[in-house]
Design a protein around this ligand. Structure first.
Ligand SMILES: [Zn+2]
Length: 102
């Protein structure tokens, strides 16, 4: 998996192109993710016990993983992710630009 929860990602396509946000949830089987503040939808809520007034809430909808790219925490650039296998067999993610282990 190239992306992980809490990664900072940027959006490459769509109406939120260029926006950055934290990856809140991943749906690997669907290749989708929810990114904080990205792809907001308005949802009309019926009144419930927890929310007696109902009304409209704004909520992030999942976007395709192929439309987001990791921002490297070290070089702050859009990073292509590579993998490095350490001598003890542990697989680590690295930023292909600065070679930082992520
Ligand atoms: Zn980097």
């Amino acid at each position: 998996m190239k992306l992980q929860k809490n990664d900072t990602v940027t959006v490459l396509r769509g109406k939120d192109r260029g926006k950055k946000g934290k990856l809140l949830r991943l749906f690997p089987e669907k290749a989708m993710a929810i990114v904080e503040g990205v792809n907001n939808i308005r949802k009309h809520m019926r009144p419930t016990r927890d929310n007696p007034k109902g009304g409209i809430i704004v909520k992030e909808a999942p976007i395709r993983l192929s439309n987001v790219m990791l921002i490297c925490p070290r070089c702050s650039q859009k990073a292509r992710v590579g993998f490095l296998i350490l001598s003890d067999g542990v697989k680590k993610r690295i930023c292909k630009k600065c070679k930082e282990i992520l």
